[in-house]
Write a protein that binds this ligand. Structure first.
Ligand code: FAD
Length: 399
């Protein structure tokens, strides 16, 4: 029969690889395993939190994927046996067998990295770093915030999903406060000293949100990593011992590859090592890992990056199955962030396989980044570019 491809995870990584394979090789049997009926994109969720989008407009079902002739199984993978080449499902009666497996489970939150944090605590102090219910909870809490109430955010250590994401979120929460709760403030505690597009964000905090946002970056004297929370009292405590009592707390802890990856033996530490030529796992044969779960440095963990990796993986699977030459992948990324109405910044570049300190990595070239002194016209254009990208990518993934 036709070769069987199983894909775990229906986010940008998984959905894109399914779609690319379907288009390029109509005879493959492609199965996408995803427990959620609907996928809410984390990308553009900050824009929703800022009040520029509806929840509905960032939420998609899998009917479009099904219509392409991809089998979508609404279930979670609970085990992978890379010897018998089978995937066990939570509710599925019999395991799925595969010729090639693509693992794209995104991230899981390291709950134990913060004392007092847990899946239950996250209902009170949402991370909103996985899309869906978490995004919704954060927005509801912000809507219910009394004017004058304090918002506290924490930003995680590297590496994590969407490097500029916490700062875009700080801007969008600040915009929401500025326009609806002008007496409120947001304090951000950061485990890091340096972060993505820092110059642009610092300028935006000064220009648009001067008395609203307070950013605390870790330095030689103070470690602003959040180490403890109390969901009952709203207290958020840093490693240096500063405590703030939040009315709304947005706690974004350290992260790791989606837990199926570790249980399948695909991880080294928290993430999955891959061959940068084609994102095949270094841990198991005929298995690929793409998206946030993979160690793809210097490529950031972004939806754009996941889709770019998916294209390479689809081409590699087809070349491998048909005995054609397999060529090393070339990748691209752009991350946009909205800092204020009609004002977005970007960072990006091309990536190709290389080596650093004896280890494989993805070498960046043709890199670009927005500048703090960009004209409003340039920022407006970048904002439009970002909206165009979003519409194109969600149509590509779920349309
Ligand atoms: P995910 O999108 O997390 O998808 C993984 C899927 O796998 C999930 O649907 C999950 O349910 C499923 N899954 C997990 N475990 C299993 C299992 N055992 N069995 C079956 N299915 C499973 N990126 C950008 O490019 N641009 C942006 O502007 C941008 N903004 C962002 C803003 C925020 C606030 C955040 C949090 C992220 C942002 N990102 C952005 C990053 C982007 O959301 C992620 O990089 C992207 O979602 C990664 O895709 P993925 O397919 O690897 O993982």
């Amino acid at each position: 029969g036709p070769a069987k491809i199983v894909i775990i995870g229906g986010g940008p990584g998984g959905a894109a690889v399914a779609n690319r394979l379907r288009t390029a090789a109509p005879d493959l049997a492609i199965t996408l395993v995803e427990p959620k009926e609907k996928y809410t994109t984390c990308f553009y969720s900050n824009v929703y939190i800022g009040g520029f989008r509806s929840f509905r407009s960032i939420t998609f079902d899998y009917e479009g994927v099904r219509k392409r002739g991809i089998t979508v199984v609404t279930d979670a993978a609970t085990a992978i046996d890379t010897t018998t080449k089978t995937v066990t499902l939570a509710r599925g009666a019999s395991p799925l067998s595969y010729d090639r497996l693509v693992v794209a489970p995104g991230i899981d939150i390291k709950f134990d990295s913060i004392e007092g944090y847990s899946p239950e605590a996250a209902k009170i102090m949402p991370h909103a770093w996985q899309g869906g219910e978490q995004t919704w909870i954060l927005k509801e809490k912000l809507l219910a915030l009394p004017d004058g109430g304090l918002v506290v955010m924490s930003s995680p250590p590297n590496p994590y999903r969407c490097p500029p994401g916490p700062y875009e979120r700080a801007c969008m929460i600040a915009h929401f406060l500025k326009t609806t709760k002008p007496k409120s403030k947001i304090i951000l505690f950061d485990a890091k000293r340096y972060y993505s597009k820092q110059a642009v964000f610092e300028q935006a905090f000064m220009e648009f949100y001067k008395d609203i946002v307070e950013i605390n970056l870790t330095n030689e004297i103070d470690d602003y990593s959040v180490v403890k929370v109390n969901p009952q009292t709203g207290e958020v405590t840093t490693k240096s011992g500063q405590t703030e009592r939040a009315v709304v707390a947005n706690i974004i802890p350290a992260q790791k590859a989606g837990s199926i990856a570790a249980s399948a033996g695909l991880t080294e530490g928290d993430w999955c090592p891959i061959n940068p030529q084609n994102f095949s796992s270094t841990k198991a044969r005929d298995v690929y890992v793409i998206g946030d779960a993979a160690i793809a440095a210097d490529m950031p963990k972004s939806a754009y990056a996941a889709v770019s990796q998916a294209g390479v993986v689809a081409a590699d699977i087809i070349a491998d199955l048909t005995g054609k030459p397999r060529t090393a992948g070339r990748y691209h990324n752009t991350c946009w962030s909205m800092v204020a109405p009609g004002d977005s910044a970007k960072i990006g570049g091309d990536y190709s396989p290389g080596e650093k300190n004896g280890k494989p990595f993805l070498k960046g070239e043709n890199e670009f980044i927005s500048q703090p002194d960009d004209s409003p016209a340039v920022r407006l254009e970048t904002n439009q570019e970002s909206q165009d990208w979003y519409q194109t990518v969600v149509a590509d993934l779920f349309g």
